[in-house]
Design a protein around this ligand. Structure first.
Ligand SMILES: [Zn+2]
Length: 454
């Protein structure tokens, strides 16, 4: 994941400017000495997401796309580019472990699937990717697309052609005939896929294996399954249990062969139970999680990804007639508010929680809106921030690369004006974004990079 336009390149063109900044704000000026690959962030405060402590004045020294070291003072270095973040609190780049980056809810979304070219979806997703990154989310786990278009988006971002977060994608979700993953559920008969036509739609453990292998072949990073019905599809019901324990176990066993993390969309208590016992890594939504499920999750070390803002968002828009099809609106009003209550229970019980929002069900770029709800449901602000950093990195099994600002990790750093531990709403005012050593937002303004990649 090398970015062609690293800040070091930026530093070559801005060396003169840097020299002026040094001279005006600091008595040390060595801009003419060569060390073009180093950037130093001056953070008045830095959230250490590993210890859970707020560090004071810290210089984050970055070489290329990695953090080289932290120094508990403001230092400068010959030839390094200095970035002053006065008045701001730095923290690791945020991770949203549940997005749908290639889609977004709208009154025409159900019709669009039948009328828009696939390339239109994919090109539009580049804008959603930008918004997500500028909101401070430097990494996302995408849990469901249509035809692997997010694999293309991921590769385009990694190739340096498109600006966006680091993406770990599941491709299309895997589920059973007529269920929440079946894209032709609710359509008229002659427009529906027939069994066997869609590789993501499985019936039985053998097809589960085939689906995981097909996903591997198409280049996914993680696996998403649907063990129950859902809210936003036209056909089924969130209470339905739509995968057997054997099917779930088969997906998980196959996924292990490829090192894939498995996330499950699950609303009903029985769908959650089967998924935990089947060995999934994370329960997504978890609306009707009961005490027995919570106990099992703790025993199995299963993560909970609550998507709590999305629940409230769909319940809110469901109140306006015409915004959602009637059968979807009825489900949204029922399911949405319940997630908040479940989240409170999970926090109290000490279930492991990773940040994930279901972005796309609400407009992309508002990914921060789970933070205040996590706090309202009983979490300390520091713990809410940890769900979107260290915790999400652990869920992704990328905690050696992501999740905190320390030597050797990707230089993913964001900042907000003021202290988010005093005011969690500041998470919605991200003023600085760096991903892998490249600055994408500074002084609350986007930083434009013209791609030179071929
Ligand atoms: Zn989702």
């Amino acid at each position: 994941m090398t970015s062609r336009l690293s800040l070091s390149r930026l530093s070559v063109v801005s060396a003169g400017l840097a020299a002026i900044l040094y001279l005006s704000g600091n008595s040390i000026a060595h801009a003419d000495t060569a060390a073009p690959n180093v950037t130093i962030l001056h953070c008045p405060a830095l959230i250490d997401t590993v210890s859970g402590k707020l560090l004071g004045k810290t210089s984050v020294v970055i070489e290329g796309e990695r953090v080289q070291k932290l120094v508990p003072d403001f230092i400068s270095q010959d030839g390094a580019t200095l970035v002053e973040l006065a008045g701001q609190t730095c923290m690791p780049g945020l991770i949203d472990a549940h997005t749908h980056i290639s889609g977004q809810i709208s009154p025409t979304v159900y019709m669009d699937r039948l009328t828009k070219h696939e390339a239109t979806w994919t090109l539009r997703s580049t804008v959603f990717a930008q918004r997500t990154l500028l909101a401070g989310f430097t990494t996302i786990r995408n849990l469901g697309d249509t035809n692997y278009e997010t694999v293309a988006l991921r590769d385009s971002i990694n190739g340096g052609w498109v600006t966006g977060p680091r993406i770990y994608t599941a491709g299309p979700a895997i589920g059973t005939t007529g269920g929440h993953a079946d894209p032709s559920t609710g359509l008229r008969y002659d427009l529906q896929d027939r069994p066997g036509e869609d590789a993501s739609i499985i019936n039985g453990p053998d097809q589960a294996w085939a689906a995981v292998r097909e996903h591997f072949k198409q280049g996914v990073n993680v696996i998403k399954i649907m063990s129950t019905g859902g809210v936003l599809d036209l056909g089924d019901n969130a209470d339905h249990v739509e995968m057997t324990e054997d099917e779930i176990r088969a997906v998980v066993t196959a996924a292990k062969d490829y090192g894939f993390v498995v996330g499950v969309h699950a609303h009903s208590a029985e769908g959650i139970r089967r998924a935990i016992v089947g060995g999934v890594d994370s329960i997504e939504h978890g609306t009707y999680m009961d005490d027995a499920d919570i106990k099992l999750m703790k025993e199995h070390g299963t993560w909970y990804v609550p998507t709590v803002y999305t629940g409230q968002y769909v319940a809110e828009i469901a109140k306006t007639p015409g915004k959602l099809p009637p059968q979807v609106a009825a489900k949204a009003l029922e399911v949405g508010p319940h997630i908040f209550q479940t989240l409170g229970n999970a926090i109290k019980a000490g279930v492991k929680i990773a940040y994930g929002t279901d972005a796309g069900v609400y407009p992309h770029g508002d990914n921060w809106k789970d933070f205040p709800l996590l706090v309202k449901a009983g979490m300390q602000p520091i713990d809410a921030i940890r769900t979107a950093t260290v915790n999400a990195a652990k869920l992704l099994r990328k905690d050696k690369e992501l999740g905190d600002v320390s030597a050797g990790k990707y230089a993913d750093v964001v900042a907000v004006p003021g202290n988010p531990l005093d005011d969690i709403e500041l998470m919605g005012k991200v003023s600085f974004v760096m991903k892998a050593g490249v600055v994408y937002k500074q002084d609350s303004k986007p930083v434009f990079h013209l791609s030179t990649s071929n």
